[in-house]
Write a protein that binds this ligand. Structure first.
Ligand SMILES: [Zn+2]
Length: 321
């Protein structure tokens, strides 16, 4: 326990994995652990896996969970930051109702816990420590299973009445593809990994050919991860190219609309697909955005998230800084 109580924990809770870290006062990562999100056991099982992952990260950092100054959690679903209750986390198993995650986790690990929205904390991390440093206004676009967004306006996080930043549900095509949210034509209906996979499965049922699902089986996966999409593109798979191109166009249109409304200094592209494809597709997304900008003379800066895979957990740890 060399560093005493200044060490903090951060947990990024996702639908597929739990990423836990321990950081020092400068937010450098001293220990980390990753576990798959358990599919059985409901919210209690998820909370137990989070406690285990954090304990491993603490051991790797040479400390224990109860010696941490606190632990921040970035979670999907509706969050009550006062109570740490998480509701309606649809990407998590059997989590339709309310669950007192903050309290349950605090009991298990012996220190205080603060809970925030997963995308909000990732944007906070980029703003404080990553690509958004030094900027007063930031639009974060998190391209992954869904398409999430987060806003910093005038140096403050903007939550609206609790539901701001849902860039994935900006309409990019009236009456267009059905979105997982139930509406039609949302950005996420074209660019979200879940929606892209659903579209690929539909096309296969209609007799179209692709290597996507063969690659998925070879990699012993049950869904089309960002790595599988990348491999399919490397193989020149036509369907993968077409669906990624569709996603890129939708992202460009959706981001441009948000920029036209808010005029942020910088757009930061993050998320599983965003980080993986940032270098390859970022410039094309930016070009597509530019086409639909109202003010083409002063476009925002466009950057890929700088904190990478651990960005969500690093941002979560800032909740207890
Ligand atoms: Zn939607």
């Amino acid at each position: 326990m060399r560093f005493g109580p200044k060490l903090r924990g951060g947990i990024d809770l996702g639908g597929t994995k739990i990423e836990a870290i321990v950081v020092d006062a400068a937010s450098s990562v001293l220990g980390q652990s990753r576990h798959p999100t358990p599919r059985d056991g409901g919210p209690d099982g998820v909370a137990a896996a989070m406690a285990t992952a954090l304990a491993e990260a603490a051991t790797a950092a040479g400390t224990t969970t109860s010696a941490l100054a606190g632990v921040g959690v970035g979670s999907p679903g509706l969050i009550d930051p006062q109570t740490g209750v998480v509701s309606n986390a649809k990407n998590l198993p059997d989590w339709g109702g309310d669950f007192p995650m903050g309290a349950r986790l605090a009991d298990a690990i012996g220190t205080r816990v603060a809970v925030g929205n997963d995308v909000s904390v990732a944007v906070l991390g980029e703003y404080e420590l990553g690509a958004g440093r030094g900027h007063d206004s930031v639009l974060g676009v998190f391209w992954g299973t869904g398409v999430g967004g987060g806003l910093i306006l005038g140096g403050e996080q903007w939550h609206g009445r609790g539901a701001a930043g849902e860039i994935g549900h900006m309409v990019v095509e009236r009456g267009g593809a059905r979105c997982p949210c139930g509406n039609r034509g949302c950005l996420e209906a074209y660019a979200g990994r879940a929606a892209m996979e659903a579209e690929a499965r539909k096309r296969v049922r209609q007799g179209e050919k692709t290597r996507l699902f063969k690659l998925m089986e070879e990699r012993e996966r049950t869904r089309l991860t960002s790595g599988i999409w990348e491999r399919a593109l490397d193989h020149g798979d036509e369907m993968a190219e077409e669906l990624i191109d569709r996603a890129v166009k939708a992202l460009g249109a959706g981001i441009a609309s948000a920029v036209n409304l808010l005029d942020p200094e910088i757009v930061i592209l993050g998320g599983g697909l965003g980080v993986r494809f940032g270098e390859k597709l970022g410039p094309e997304i930016e070009r597509r955005m530019h086409k639909s900008l109202f003010n083409k003379v002063h476009p925002p800066q466009f950057e890929v998230a700088a904190l990478g895979d651990l960005g969500g957990a690093i941002g979560a740890a800032l909740l207890v800084a």
